[in-house]
Design a protein around this ligand. Structure first.
Ligand code: GLN
Length: 469
């Protein structure tokens, strides 16, 4: 059942939100635990579900997500509930307020059943950096579910929660979605509020959605999108009824496929599945053309200079005064010792890389150069969108890898973001949808990217593929 079908049954009283919540909570405590998908399971969800049923009984309308069980990545704040960012640095942190994204889905009737595991502060692409141990891929528990929204993807693919809120700074919603075979969407930068999201890289961060279908994800995005007075980077633009307006025709759609996407490093079966998917678009009347965008070669390099730089600045607040542990009375001693003890290795690594890239003498060479190239990339992508509606390709160069396989090969690990970071560098919306199976019988993701604020075209094209099978 889709989210809207389920919500309709709850709004009519045919289905009880409390029964649905109980079922999903049970799965969170059993399968969810085996997969290490959750940091906190929210048993109070039962009370919340009861309230939804009571509203229905009183003849009130709880909203388009009435009684829909869902999960929230633990870098997104939930009032009065532990929010750890999957880091030991915040293991006891109780959020004083809820993120706007959380408030919006709750105002639409959603029932949050748990906080999902991830890489700490969303730094990573496999979930293995988590201070709480890695989440496992439900399709093959020896493999990672991708990351950093690893628990979100694991739970979603295991049928725990009907949608998952994740965050995408460089691919953390799309790549895990591809690795577990679900739909993952990252909005235009500034479309969804970041208020109450624990910052990673502020000019890249977005709140995104993982779901069972494009239709479900589009519906949740309608609830999330729009101006928020608490986030000055959000835009005051009307939010279309994405899910109602979904079109299945792609006739006349113009799709660009960068040839740089198919160079070394891509698994043959990933390439083949993506080609087959593109063929489907061609047959349905879309134009699919190869384009050359040599600048894409530098996307990963830009990303891994700019993102750690923003990280190093955002991590300054974990000093034991504002946030973090306060085990020692002396400020300097506390800073040194608690960061040493509670920051995961990847967190330390990124702070060090960012501090270096921003330091006097190196800022011009690294940070400022990367900023300039980011502007150039954005312009070149805009130029492509003058002639094309979408840019398509694989979501990731490989299928889900084995746990431990890349932990000692960081470069390879970072390269797993090679196709996803461009959307974050340029602020464009993008989606990953499953497009068949690759090596090891693991799912492959097709990525589509649209110009800023053109979410509708993105959803339409992805919906076409999902419903044409
Ligand atoms: N894997 C990427 C990284 O490690 C993306 C992270 C993210 O989107 N949060 O930076």
């Amino acid at each position: 059942m889709t989210i809207s079908e389920t919500a309709a049954k709850i709004r009519s009283g045919e289905l009880k939100a409390v029964d649905l919540a109980a079922e999903h909570l049970k799965a969170a405590h059993t399968t969810g635990k085996e997969l290490n998908a959750f940091i906190t399971v929210i048993d109070q969800a039962i009370e919340r579900a009861k309230q939804i049923d009571e509203m229905v009984a009183r003849g009130e309308d709880p909203g388009v997500l009435a009684g829909i069980p869902c999960t929230v990545k633990d870098v997104i704040m939930t009032k009065d509930i532990r929010t750890t960012a999957s880091s030991r640095l915040l293991e006891n942190f109780i959020a004083p307020y809820s993120a706007t994204a959380v408030e919006r889905i709750e105002a639409a009737g959603a029932v949050i059943i748990g906080k999902t595991n991830s890489d700490p502060f969303a730094f990573g692409g496999s979930g293995e950096n988590s201070g709480f141990g890695p989440a496992l891929n439900p399709l093959d528990r020896e493999r990672v579910p991708g990351g950093s929204s690893s628990g979100a993807a694991a739970a979603q693919a295991a049928g725990i929660g009907m949608f998952a809120l994740g965050t995408d700074t460089g691919g953390s919603v799309r790549q895990p979605s591809a690795f577990v075979g679900v739909t993952g969407f990252k909005p235009t930068y500034g479309r969804n509020s970041r208020y109450g999201l624990i910052a990673m890289a502020s000019s890249f961060d977005t709140v995104g959605v993982l779901g069972n279908s494009v239709e479900d994800v589009a519906l949740v995005e309608e609830v999330l999108a729009g101006k928020d007075s608490n986030d000055a980077t959000t835009y005051d633009m009307p939010v279309p009824a994405y899910s109602r307006d979904l079109k299945e025709s792609v006739s006349g759609l113009r799709i660009a496929v960068p040839e740089e996407y198919f160079s070394e490093g891509i698994e043959p079966l990933v390439e083949q599945r993506v080609e087959e998917a593109l063929e489907k678009y061609r047959k349905a009347g879309a134009t699919v053309e190869r384009v050359s965008l040599p600048i894409l070669k530098y996307a990963i390099a830009m990303y891994y200079v700019l993102v750690p730089s923003e990280i190093s600045s955002n991590m300054a607040r974990y000093d034991g005064v504002r946030f973090g542990h306060k085990d020692f009375a002396d400020y300097d001693e506390n800073l040194r010792k608690t960061r040493g003890a509670y920051m995961e290795d990847e967190v330390k690594r990124r702070v060090m890389i960012g501090t270096y890239a921003l330091s006097a003498g190196y800022a011009d060479q690294f940070y400022n150069t990367a900023l300039k190239v980011r502007v150039k990339l954005t312009k070149e992508i805009e130029t492509v969108f003058k002639s094309y509606d979408l840019i398509a390709g694989p979501t990731a160069p490989s299928v889900a890898f084995k746990l431990g396989e890349l932990v000692n090969n960081l470069l390879q690990m970072y390269l797993s973001d090679i196709y996803t970071v461009t959307a974050n560098l340029t602020g464009c919306p993008a989606i990953s949808i499953p497009c068949g199976m690759g090596a090891g019988d693991m799912p492959v993701g097709l990525q589509l990217m649209a110009k800023r604020f053109d979410e509708q075209t993105l959803f339409n094209a992805a919906h076409f593929y999902q419903t044409s099978r």
